[in-house]
Design a protein around this ligand. Structure first.
Ligand code: SAM
Ligand code: DTB
Ligand code: SF4
Length: 330
């Protein structure tokens, strides 16, 4: 006989999680945690659907910030060459190819500390053209000044990505050139303009479990919760201060995904950077625990990604995105 399923509703969506509650969930026996997360996942999402987003670095390297994990900071010698903002036609070629391969969203990243007014028009033009291809649009451009988010929204921007990265307590071990509150301010500006939020963090920066819970507590206090929550596993980059950081254990990573799902039931949780180092089994457990989005393609921004062939094979083997695959035919 099937076990009775608990009923969930929007009243289960809370922005007042306490640290004690979140830590108690994190410490549940692994199977209990994943079972609870999977139950919440099924109440709020189609468990057979994994959203697919394609990333493109539209302006690479030479960034003035000192994010200790990043290949694109000008402060570290990582071998990444700085380049100028791509022109719209080149961006569109990649966007059209992504659409043809079945991408749901096109996410564009620029290695900027903040968006400059002189670039806003070019960025808006790119957003409008990508959106016209029938793709959802996402931009990550650093900090936003007053008024810029409104212009991006008018151009058709659906999502703004700006990560908190880690807990408030651990943050200054990772980044010193802008504060946690600077980041929250930019997120507030995007939200006020009606742009949906994509906000998450990175695991494997040398943080401990309290920091992972701390990051999720901060995210869950955003009201409403971020529509999209990327959970990245550090891709260690030679030349950066965090190149040798202690990596996060697979089981701890899965626990964090499960906790994100429990604390933010409606958000789309994205299994983001670092999938190259995750086994198929680990990824399957993350999907079971509530992850329902991935980055597709051979590259992230500067780092390699799992790749379309491996991902199509994995999703097919797991029976995910079946409808899309059936519609595409043999
Ligand atoms: N410059 C913009 C900013 O930081 O707001 C946008 C680009 S930045 C590369 C976007 C996010 O990618 C970072 O906030 C971080 O969470 C993630 N990221 C960057 N480098 C990474 C790495 N080596 N491993 C995992 N995630 C990384
Ligand atoms: C996010 O949280 N992860 C993506 C996206 N937002 C922009 C970026 C991952 C970057 C991985 C390292 C690189 O490609 O340089
Ligand atoms: Fe610059 Fe973004 Fe990299 Fe930080 S994460 S150094 S802001 S590109």
């Amino acid at each position: 006989m099937d076990a009775p399923q608990p009923a969930y509703s929007d009243t289960d969506i809370r922005t007042d999680w306490t640290r004690a509650e979140a830590e108690a969930l994190y410490r549940l026996p692994f199977s209990d945690l994943v079972f609870r997360a999977a139950s919440v996942h099924r109440a709020f999402h189609d468990p057979g659907k994994i959203e697919r987003a394609q990333l493109l670095s539209i302006k690479t390297g030479g960034c003035a910030e000192d994010c200790g994990y990043c290949s694109q900071s000008a402060k570290f010698d990582t071998g990444v060459k700085a380049s100028k903002l791509m022109d719209k036609d080149s961006v569109m070629q990649v966007a059209r190819a992504a659409k043809a391969k079945g991408a749901d969203r096109f996410c564009m990243g620029a290695a900027w500390r903040s968006l400059k007014d002189r670039d806003v028009e070019k960025i808006c033009d790119i957003v409008t053209s990508v959106k016209a291809e029938g793709l959802e649009t996402c931009m990550t451009l650093g900090m936003l000044e007053e008024g810029q988010a409104e212009r991006l929204a008018d151009a058709g921007l659906d999502f703004y990505n700006h990560n908190l990265d880690t807990s408030r307590e651990y943050y200054d071990k990772v980044i010193t050139t802008r504060t946690y509150d600077d980041r929250l301010e930019t997120l507030g500006r995007a939200r006020k303009a009606g742009v949906k939020l994509c906000v998450g963090g990175i695991l494997g920066l040398g943080e401990d479990q309290e920091d992972r819970v701390g990051l999720l507590l901060e995210l869950s206090r955003l009201d409403p919760h971020p529509e999209s929550v990327p959970v990245n596993r550090l891709v260690p980059v030679k030349g950066t201060p965090l190149a040798e950081a202690k990596s996060v254990k697979d089981l701890d990573f899965i626990r964090t995904v499960a906790l994100a799902r429990l604390m933010m039931p409606k958000s789309v949780v994205r299994l983001s950077a670092g999938r190259e180092t995750m086994s198929e089994t680990m990824q399957a457990l993350c999907f079971l625990a509530g992850a329902n989005s991935i980055f597709m393609g051979e590259a992230l921004l500067t780092a390699p990604n799992a790749g379309d062939d491996a991902d199509s094979a994995l999703l097919a083997e797991l029976g995910l995105n079946r409808e899309a695959a059936d519609a595409a035919g043999p």
